[in-house]
Ligand binder design. Structure first.
Ligand code: ZN
Length: 565
């Protein structure tokens, strides 16, 4: 059986791919026979799957070791050829949408691929090729800049991920100092972060203009493949967050200050929930993996097969290593029909969140691998984050094996954290709308605006006189703002449905697992609102949904006796 390290990478010969791809598209367009077109589609997907597998491998191997020069070079090459590949895809989508046998293809492939094809066509014309290359380069530059962080703290050089445990320290001075040195890294590079972002905003605006849009907002929505909701509905959703969750968060932070015996809760205090510390995990990385295996074996037959496959093929890389990219993600390698989970364990309770989250993504793609075409292997971002955050909550019955007598503390922090993060998601989203509606403002004006919106959604946030943060630069650390415009609200939409799953699970609703499994099996074959409706979940855009879902969670938190934590 092939292990991940044996998955073969070879550089894509883009000229050869262009020739073969174009030939197939031409054959497809000229064909007057449905069955013949159907066979050509399969051949095109063999090419597509291979290209995407190679792209995925480069991305993963570069993330595992950003100092590996071979994969760094390959990543640069991928940055260059991705727009050419996108051009080919766009040609294929155009041919598919215009096929004489569209109805027959739709019967076999489903409607969603045609929606995807239509949206993808709207975000690409050959005239934007160079702009897309530049955008890719700038995005990689952001990753490299953050990856270059090497911070001297308590006698050792550390990267940003390695600083995380100190930000949760029970010693206030340590927390404060940890944030101070991290902020120093960001503020030392303030001009560069601002410059990368300024260039990104400008090039994205230019792409939008070339595509015939007024600004980048709609392009961003189309890139996210949103076909059943718009900016107005998102704005109304943010409004609900402001009304329902912001007051809860402010009150919770007030109580947190009392719990920590602080007169004033500063930003560096926020990560610590209790004087006694956050929930402590009893195991190292290997121990966590072992417990995870047992958990999935007990959860269901499907998760049992899945978890053993992931572990046996070494498709999980979560130990912290020098040169590793920060953050966590899940990727899918089409040719091998294999998900891959990447992360950086920090030694805190969030390791368990990271693993259950990314394994949720991986489980979904594992359950959807039989779907066709390969665009359906994973859903749009909001649906996908229900798979992952939903899994975090469905894992609750097994948390005792990770946390022992700290389990209740873990659950209390995990649930409250999920809700406390929602206003921040609204902040990131509102900021981005403003940024792309006002693409020509200065970096200083952007930061002023950030601080203004920050005060709306995080009125309790205090920066203790830190000038860099007071001036509105906190978002420099938010990777999505640079790499995935408009992604962030998807977490808030998904958190809403995941909290719904939490509520049903805690009430021992026997059907919740079936509905979750249904959602996973749907993969990307349905747009967001269809998918959640088929899985018997509520529409977050409807007024009242958020309140209905969040109220029992707030009540659950109130009912917990935290005096002994
Ligand atoms: Zn996720």
């Amino acid at each position: 059986m092939k292990l991940f390290e044996d998955f073969e990478y070879e550089r894509i010969d883009i000229n050869k791919i262009v020739l073969e791809f174009k030939e197939l598209i031409e054959e497809f367009t000229n064909s007057g026979d449905y069955n013949e077109q159907d066979v050509i589609i399969s051949k095109i997907y063999i090419l597509k799957d291979h290209c995407e597998t190679m792209m995925g491998l480069v991305e993963i191997r570069n993330a595992i070791d950003t100092c590996d020069e071979y994969y760094e070079e390959e990543l640069d090459y991928m940055d260059e050829i991705t727009p050419i590949y996108e051009d080919l895809n766009s040609m294929f989508y155009k041919a598919l949408v215009n096929s004489k046998f569209k109805i027959e293809h739709e019967k076999k492939l489903g409607k969603q691929i045609f929606k995807i094809a239509d949206l993808k066509r709207k975000i690409f014309i050959p005239e934007v090729l160079n702009d897309l290359s530049l955008e890719n380069k700038l995005q990689s530059q952001y990753g490299k800049l953050k990856g270059s962080a090497s911070i001297l703290f308590k006698g050792s050089m550390r990267n940003l991920e390695e600083m995380v445990p100190f930000t949760e320290s029970i010693d206030r001075e340590t927390r404060q100092e940890a944030q101070k040195v991290m902020n120093k890294f960001y503020s030392d590079n303030e001009a560069e972060f601002d410059d990368i972002y300024d260039q990104l905003v400008k090039v994205r605006h230019q792409i939008a203009e070339k595509l015939g849009y007024e600004n980048f907002v709609e392009v961003g929505y189309n890139r996210m493949l949103r076909s059943d909701y718009n900016a107005e509905m998102v704005s109304n959703f943010r409004e609900q967050i402001y009304e329902v969750i912001v007051p809860f968060a402010t009150k919770w932070r007030g109580n947190q200050a009392k719990r920590l015996n602080l007169k004033e809760l500063n930003y560096y205090d926020e990560p610590l929930s209790f004087v006694s510390g956050n929930a402590i995990i009893n195991h190292d990385a290997d121990g966590i993996l072992e417990k995870t295996k047992i958990m999935f074996e007990e959860m269901s037959e499907e998760t049992k097969v899945f978890a053993n496959y992931m572990l046996d093929k070494e498709l999980i890389d979560i130990k912290i290593k020098p040169g590793k990219l920060d953050g966590g993600f899940c990727s899918y390698l089409n040719d091998y029909q294999a998900p891959f989970v990447f992360g950086n364990f920090s030694g805190t309770s969030t390791d368990v969140d990271l693993l259950t989250h990314e394994m949720g993504h991986a489980f979904q793609s594992y359950m959807s691998k039989g779907l066709k075409p390969s665009e359906y292997y994973y859903g749009t971002a909001e649906v996908s984050e229900v798979h992952s955050i939903g899994m975090e909550f469905l894992s609750w019955p097994w948390m005792e094996s990770f946390f022992g007598n700290e389990t209740e503390k873990y659950k209390y922090i995990h649930l409250s954290k999920t809700m406390l993060e929602i206003p921040y998601m609204a902040l990131v989203d509102e900021f981005q709308h403003w940024v792309y509606e006002n693409p020509h403002v200065s970096s200083k004006a952007r930061k002023t605006k950030w601080r203004e919106i920050e005060k709306k959604y995080l009125p309790h946030r205090m920066y203790d006189g830190n000038k860099y943060l007071e001036n509105g630069a906190y978002w420099h650390r938010q990777i999505h703002i640079f790499l995935d415009p408009f992604y962030y609200i998807d977490y808030a939409l998904a958190s809403t449905n995941a909290l719904e799953i939490w509520g049903r699970n805690i009430n021992e609703d026997k059907l919740v697992w079936d509905d979750y499994l249904k959602l996973c099996k749907l993969g990307g074959s349905q747009p967001f609102l269809n998918a959640i409706s088929l899985a018997n979940l509520s529409n977050p855009f409807e007024n009242g949904t958020l309140r209905k879902i969040v109220t029992p969670a707030i009540e659950w938190l109130h009912a917990i006796d935290i005096s002994k934590m």
